[in-house]
Design a protein around this ligand. Structure first.
Ligand SMILES: [Zn+2]
Length: 470
C-alpha cells in the first residue's frame, strides 16, 4: 500500500545520488575552510617584484588567532620589507622532538597578459584550480594551516610539537626565508624531521602512476672557466688562442661522464621505476640495484633519458660563453660558466679535482662563482617515515607504488638537511606528468588533488606525530 510512495522516494534518492556522483557533493567543513585559506593565499600577490610575503604571513597569523591559537605560539618576522615568515606551534606532550611542516609563501612572477585567467585570483574551472602558486607552493601552505586548525579543534595532543613554517625567498634563492630562520630563530623551527614540497604524486590520462617521496636533492654549483692570452693582430694568428683553448677544454668536458654514484634513494628509485616501465629500460633499471652495474646497461639507461642520467651521476655542463674584444683582434680572454649538479654527499674538493683532470689544461682557470657549497646529505628512508607513507597511501590509493626520489633541482629542504634536520618531500597531491605548469602560465592543480592532499597530510602528520593522549 505504501509502495507508490516508496518508489517516489527511491526515485528522489536516485536523483540525489546521481547529482552527488556528478560532482555536486558539498564540501565538508574542513574542506571549505581549506578552500577559504587557499583562496586568500593565492589572491595575495607574493612575487619578488611587487608582492608581499609578509602580508600573507600576517593573514595566516590572523586566521590562527581567530582559531584560538595563543599569541605566544604564533610568530611572524619581516627580515626585509615585503619579506615575511610565519612560525606557529601546536604543542604536544614532548615525548619526541618536533615535526616541522614547511611551505614557501613566495611565487614566481606571473603577468596577466601571458595568462588566460587572472593569476592572482583563484579560479575554479573544469575541475582545476588556476592561479599562480595554486600548486607551487600555496596548496601545501594552505593545507598545513587548515590541518593545524583542524587538529586544534579536535583537541588533538600529539606526542611531539607540530611546527608549521611558511617562508619567503624560496623562488628567488634569497636568504630571508629558511636560511634566515635557521640563523636567527633555530630554536623555533628545530625538529627531528620535516615535510616540505619536492615530492607528490603523478598521473597520466586520469591514472595515478606513483606517489613520490623526495629524500635528497642535487647540489647546485657554478664555476667560471677562463683562459687569458696576450692577444695580437688577427692577421698574424698563432696556435695558442684563448677561444680555441677554452673550446677544447669545453669539448672534453662535454664528452666526459662523471662516475656513477648511486645512493639509497636512487637505487630505490630505479628498483621501483623498473616495475613501471617495459623492455630493455626495465632490465637496465634492475641492473642499477646491483653493487657494480654493467657499464653497457649504464650507457643505455643514461642515453635513454636525461632524467635517468641525472640520477646516476654528477653532471657539469657549459651554460654561458664569452670572449674576445674585436672581430679583427686575437682574443685576450675567453670565459665560460659551467653549471654543476652534484650528487648529494660529494665534496667540492673532489668535484674541482675531477674538473681539473678532465679539462687537462693549466691555462684554464677554474673559479667557483657560488659563495656556498651545501653538501646536504640525503635524508634516510627510515621505517617510521616510509611506513607512515605506505600506510596512508594504501588507505587512499590501494596498490599505488611509492617512489623515493632525489630532486635534480633544489628546494629549501637543502638548508634543513645541511642543518641536520631530515627533510622529506611528500604531499599527496597528484600532478599531470605530461603537463608541468609550475613556474609557467596557467598554473593549476586538480580540485580533487587539493582535497586529497589535505586528507593525506592530515593522516600522515598524525601518524608521524603520534596518537592523541585524549
Ligand atoms: Zn616551490
Amino acid at each position: 500500500m505504501k509502495q507508490p510512495r516508496n518508489v517516489t522516494a527511491l526515485a528522489l534518492l536516485a536523483g540525489l545520488v546521481f547529482k552527488v556522483a556528478a560532482g555536486a557533493e558539498p564540501l565538508q567543513a574542513h574542506q571549505q575552510q581549506l578552500r577559504d585559506i587557499y583562496r586568500e593565499l593565492v589572491e595575495i600577490n607574493t612575487t619578488h617584484s611587487v608582492g608581499d610575503t609578509h602580508a600573507a604571513a600576517e593573514a595566516m597569523a590572523a586566521r590562527l588567532r581567530v582559531a584560538g591559537f595563543p599569541s605566544d605560539d604564533i610568530h611572524t618576522f619581516m627580515p626585509e620589507p615585503r619579506k615575511g615568515n610565519l612560525v606557529v606551534h601546536l604543542h604536544g606532550n614532548a615525548k619526541r622532538r618536533p615535526i616541522l611542516l614547511l611551505a614557501h609563501l613566495d611565487v614566481v612572477e606571473a603577468r596577466r597578459e601571458d595568462w588566460s585567467v587572472d593569476p592572482f585570483a583563484l579560479v575554479e574551472k573544469d575541475d582545476f584550480f588556476y592561479g599562480r602558486g595554486s600548486g607551487d607552493d600555496k596548496a601545501m601552505a594552505a593545507i598545513f594551516i587548515a590541518n593545524l586548525i583542524r587538529y586544534r579543534e579536535e583537541g588533538y595532543v600529539p606526542e611531539r610539537d607540530i611546527i608549521v613554517a611558511l617562508t619567503s625567498d624560496e623562488e628567488t634563492g634569497g636568504g630571508m626565508g629558511v636560511p634566515w630562520l635557521l640563523a636567527n630563530h633555530r630554536d623555533l623551527i628545530d625538529a627531528e624531521l620535516a615535510l616540505n614540497e619536492g615530492g607528490g604524486g603523478a598521473y597520466r590520462g586520469g591514472k595515478n602512476l606513483y606517489n613520490a617521496v623526495q629524500a635528497s636533492e642535487k647540489i647546485y654549483y657554478d664555476y667560471r672557466l677562463e683562459v687569458h692570452n696576450k692577444g695580437g693582430h688577427s692577421s698574424l694568428p698563432i696556435k695558442d688562442n684563448a677561444i680555441t683553448r677554452l673550446a677544447q677544454g669545453l669539448s672534453k668536458l662535454g664528452a666526459y661522464d662523471f662516475p656513477v654514484h648511486l645512493d639509497e634513494v636512487n637505487r630505490a628509485y630505479f628498483q621501483r621505476m623498473a616495475g613501471m616501465v617495459e623492455g630493455q629500460v626495465a632490465v637496465d633499471m634492475r641492473e642499477m640495484t646491483r653493487p657494480k652495474p654493467d657499464p653497457a646497461a649504464i650507457r643505455r639507461l643514461a642515453g635513454a633519458n636525461p632524467n635517468y642520467n641525472a640520477r646516476l651521476r654528477t653532471t657539469c655542463v657549459a651554460t654561458m660563453l664569452d670572449g674576445g674584444h674585436a672581430p679583427n683582434a686575437l682574443p685576450q680572454r675567453a670565459g665560460a660558466i659551467v653549471n654543476c649538479r652534484v650528487m648529494p654527499g660529494e665534496t667540492e674538493a673532489s668535484l674541482k679535482t675531477t674538473l681539473v683532470k678532465v679539462l687537462d689544461d693549466d691555462q684554464i682557470s677554474i673559479t667557483p662563482t657560488d659563495l656556498e657549497y651545501l653538501p646536504s646529505p640525503p635524508s634516510p628512508l627510515t621505517p617510521e617515515l616510509m611506513g607512515a607513507v605506505e600506510k596512508v597511501t594504501a588507505e587512499m590509493w590501494p596498490g599505488l607504488t611509492i617512489l623515493p626520489i632525489m630532486s635534480t633541482g633544489a628546494t629549501d629542504s637543502r638548508y634543513l638537511r645541511d642543518a641536520g634536520i631530515a627533510a622529506y618531500g611528500t604531499s599527496g597531491m597528484f600532478y599531470d606528468i605530461d603537463d608541468n605548469r609550475a613556474h609557467g602560465r596557467d598554473e593549476r592543480i586538480r580540485v580533487s588533488s587539493l582535497y586529497d592532499g589535505q586528507e593525506y597530510l592530515y593522516r600522515l602528520v598524525k601518524l608521524l606525530a603520534g596518537a592523541s593522549s585524549k
